[in-house]
Design a protein. Sequence first.
Length: 95
Amino acid sequence: MKLTWTSKALSDLARLHEFLALVNKPAAARTVQKLTAASARLTANPRIGEKLEEFEPREVRRIIVGHYEIRYEIRYEIRESSIVMLRLWHTREDR
């Protein structure tokens, strides 16, 4: 299973890093590392996240990593299935 990131998800990751780096650069790097590692683990267990019914018929799911929510979509194609990282944010953010 292939893992890809939307431009919005990459932008979210950069925004979170920039925000945290203002206070603690090592913590910002660790947080980004944890979020990307959790995303990579989804290739082995793509259905581990909670399914979000409001996006039917798309298979959009979410996982919580620490204080962060990651939303992703599982896409099935004839040749290869993929996981697409859609968005990331801190759970205290108003989303």
